[in-house]
Design a protein around this ligand. Structure first.
Ligand code: OGA
Ligand code: MN
Length: 255
């Protein structure tokens, strides 16, 4: 359950999704929609390991972050070229040094999502209005148990689909290196696109409000693909979620 402030525009979107007025008036809204037949234990684990914190940053903090990123980002071109790539219509960079005010925000991410241990380089991904992040799993070669992102400028819908691959339990079933030698990481790509069909499967849609933080770890990070739905498919529980330009600020830990 998530707490939203009283005048959030998102409340207005969600008001249309929920017929139960009691749920709205108590300010508690569920941002996860489950589909398919979930084994109960997997769903319990998933709920623990895929969290969304709404209003993680204020409007002025969003603006501060945007102001620091924009001068560099706006000089890059959006890339739409490679059809086998996981992401289309994006530009991206990494940043280690931040203005003090923004460093303070990232410090909050480090504490809430990583127990302190996070990679020093922060990934910034700018997705064009008609950009899309196709289903993928971040490589276990470059990224550890947890991926955490702040969404700027737009709401969006993230879909997590159970992969067909055998369940990957971190860390008990082996290190990333051991898995690689077993052949499950065939190349050096940052993102893998394993089979994960919606049919005969189970998955979840997550409404990621602008200025929220998501924390994706363990089962959600290893056993599910994640994607950001394209604007023409961007809906949550039957209600359109307009997706415009979206910038995400993503922190990861070491493998
Ligand atoms: C990625 C990714 C998610 C996001 O860059 O691998 O999944 O929130 N990004 O932008
Ligand atoms: Mn990813």
């Amino acid at each position: 359950m998530i707490i939203l402030n009283r005048c959030s525009p998102l409340r207005q979107i969600l008001r249309r999704c929920y017929s139960q007025a009691a749920e709205i008036t108590s300010n508690k809204i569920n941002l996860t929609a489950f589909f398919g037949k979930w084994p109960e234990t997997e769903q319990q684990e998933f709920r623990e390991h895929m969290r969304i914190i709404t209003d993680f940053i204020s409007e002025s903090e969003e603006q501060q972050l945007h102001e620091e990123i924009e001068p560099y980002m706006s000089r890059l071109r959006y890339e739409f070229d490679h059809w086998d790539d996981a992401i289309h219509g994006f530009r991206e960079t990494e940043r280690k040094k931040w203005f003090p005010k923004n460093r303070e925000i990232l410090e909050r991410v480090r504490k809430v999502a990583f127990d302190g241990a996070v990679m020093p380089y922060v990934h910034i991904l700018d997705l064009a209005p008609d950009g899309v992040i196709k289903p993928h799993v971040d490589s276990t070669r470059y990224c550890g148990t947890t991926i955490s992102g702040i969404s700027l400028l737009s709401d969006s819908v993230m879909r997590l689909v159970r992969t067909d691959a055998q369940r990957y339990n971190q860390p008990s079933s082996g290190t990333a290196k051991e898995l690689e030698s077993k052949g499950s990481e065939p190349d050096a790509a940052y993102r893998h696109q394993p089979a994960a069909s919606l049919e005969n499967n189970f998955y979840a849609d997550l409404l990621l409000p602008r200025r929220s933080l998501y924390i994706m770890s363990h089962t959600a990070r290893y056993n599910f693909t994640h994607e950001i739905l394209a604007k023409e498919h961007s809906e949550f529980q039957g209600t359109p979620v307009p997706k415009t330009r979206r910038i995400s600020i993503i922190c990861r830990n070491d493998p």
